[in-house]
Design a protein around this ligand. Structure first.
Ligand SMILES: [Zn+2]
Length: 297
């Protein structure tokens, strides 16, 4: 790699608070048993398959909460409301230590197969279940499988949701036409593609080596840090709660902190900041390419 003076270092995409160079949002999608049940409820009798999914709420979440406490970092947990009902103690434990809990469907439904009325019923039911258990109304939404419908931003705004974290149209937050904040993610910064595997039903691929995954995520983080982006990492406790992957996450987060200039934020904090400082966002213009600027961190 060339020295900083010779590298391509455009102006940061966003002006982040407190002089930080980039933002990072750690997301845990606690799909639990809905990973199976949303595919086919008849699979409920498949004990080994179900137990693999139960590993998330039972083992992965407590272990990951321990790591987050050890590192003193905040996170955002997107949880299907069915899992909230099934594992209330887990949800209380997450909320108690100040992590955010966001919406993630009822049974992890694929929104693409729902009409607007069906989607609204599920949204309202999920909001109610979360509010009843945690005492506060959820403000964040991550669509199951990341996929939203054309009407979803309007539905979310109508029911008081402040942000959506489902699209992939940028590497910093942006606004939907109705003003709803979008915090975009990317499949590349997801653990499913790296670690998921089940024989039957056939899910995923050969589980990746953690060293390779560290390299994939670290390279993207470093470049996002250079370019002033928002690093949105999406992990599933049944996958990333396994011991070697907890070590991978520990190493990644420690190295991110050591690099410095990273604003670790929950989704609701990001959405508040973006809404209060819309001028912080820097669009990329085709007719006025940004010259390289010297990186000062
Ligand atoms: Zn999910």
């Amino acid at each position: 790699m060339k020295s900083n003076e010779q590298r391509y270092l455009p102006a940061p995409r966003f002006v982040w608070p407190d002089g930080n160079r980039c933002a990072a949002m750690l997301c845990f999608d606690v799909d639990g048993e809905t990973t199976v049940l949303s595919e086919d409820k008849a699979l409920a009798k498949r004990r080994t398959l179900m137990s693999q999914c139960e590993y998330g709420p039972r083992i992965g979440v407590p272990r990951l909460l321990g790591l987050l406490a050890h590192l003193e970092l905040p996170a955002t947990f997107f949880i299907p409301a069915y899992i909230v009902e099934k594992h209330p103690r887990m949800v209380e434990a997450i909320a108690q230590v100040g992590h955010e809990i966001g919406l993630h469907g009822y049974l992890h439904e694929k929104l693409a197969y729902l009409d607007e009325a069906q989607e609204e019923v599920i949204l309202l039911k999920s909001i109610q279940i979360l509010e009843d258990l945690t005492g506060s109304r959820p403000v964040g939404f991550r669509a199951p499988w990341f996929e939203i419908n054309p009407w979803t931003p309007e539905l979310l705004q109508r029911h008081g949701v402040a942000y959506c974290a489902s699209e992939m149209g940028d590497d910093v937050p942006y606004f939907h036409e109705n003003g709803l904040v979008e915090i975009p993610g990317q499949w590349m910064l997801e653990d499913w593609e790296q670690f998921a595997f089940n024989a039957d039903p056939a899910w995923g691929f050969v589980p990746e080596n953690c060293a390779k995954v560290y390299d994939l995520w670290w390279r993207e983080f470093e470049a996002m840090h250079d370019f002033g982006c928002c690093f949105v990492l999406t992990l599933h406790p049944w996958l990333s709660g396994r011991p070697s992957r907890v070590r991978l996450l520990e190493q990644l987060l420690n190295d991110m902190r050591e690099k410095g200039g990273v604003w670790f934020a929950r989704g609701r904090e990001l959405a508040d900041y973006v809404r209060q400082h819309p001028e912080s966002r820097r669009d990329l213009a085709l007719d006025a390419p940004q010259p390289s600027t010297l990186l000062n961190v």
